[in-house]
Design a protein around this ligand. Sequence first.
Ligand code: NDP
Length: 316
Amino acid sequence: MSDVKNLVIIGSGPAGHTAAIYAARANLSPFMFEGYVVGGSAGGQLTTTTDVENYPGFPEGVSGPEFMQLFRKQAERFGTEMVGQDVSEVDFSQQPFRIKSDDTEVLAHSVIIATGATASRMGVPNEEKMWNNGMSACAVCDGALPMFRNQPLMVIGGGDTAVEEATYLAKFGSKVYLVHRRDELRASKIMQERALKDPKLEIVWDTVFEDALGQDYVTGARIKNVKTEATKELEVAGIFYAIGHVPNTSVFKGQLDLDEKGYINVVPGTQQTSVEGIFAAGDVHDQKYRQAVTAAGTGCAAALEAERWLAEKGLG
Ligand code: NDP
């Protein structure tokens, strides 16, 4: 069984690369499938962000793509083998596990899944053009950029994320509209109370977002009241989606326990999935924090757990 890898890592965002750095330094010779399981590109969500200003150790900030190149370089330096392909099929029913992309098939004693999640978008006509030019799906990542300071901003959604992000943006913007499609928020009561108390925050009920307005940068938003059908243009410099995320787990359905939204279930306090020897890290199992630094933290934890598990089983 010499051709069985000790550890295969699926996904190349902060969780995957951190797992690779730790595993490579523990002489596990990890093998990484860099491509995303569902769409997207290698490197994960940060490659679609402009500046990362909240990752400790970068006092001046760092661009998302450059940041992921640094992660990759560090994982490569310690000998991680990488293929830039998406995983299309897995068999976790027996040891060694089988992981397949279109033209590579690998056997592995242990696996770390770090395929992340994709922020949902609405696909409005100007979305592609305005993405990163005033439109974003992460207020915590992008909200503090100079282009949004003291400007009117808008958040779309009615869940905890929407309320949290609107409250966060109210620290920077001159005003924040929280646009929600119903007349009731889904967010927890405590978050709702906070939002309702914030003088800079205005909830726009029963309203859907139709499109972003502007030439090169967002200067406004067209919205429609679903009860009256009336459309209106709001002057805003930033539009933030907070309408949920979809975990990239379609390829693991039927192989691992997933929750009702498709996130991988782990044993509380560990990175262990429902199959021994398979670990999850980052946004693919975390819908609460979803930060690069928390993803990196769980990537480290997953690698340490994989290393211990392999040693206990006398594998690798
Ligand atoms: P949710 O799925 O809870 O909420 C998504 C919101 O977006 C809903 O209000 C939904 O409307 C709205 N929405 C969905 N699709 C569309 C669309 N196409 N157009 C307009 N609106 C749309 O996602 P969250 O990211 O808010 O939360 C995910 C989980 O993470 C939750 O369990 C939440 O509690 C948790 N969380 C916890 C936090 C904390 O504890 N601090 C912080 C952030 C998240 P509708 O209500 O009509 O369905």
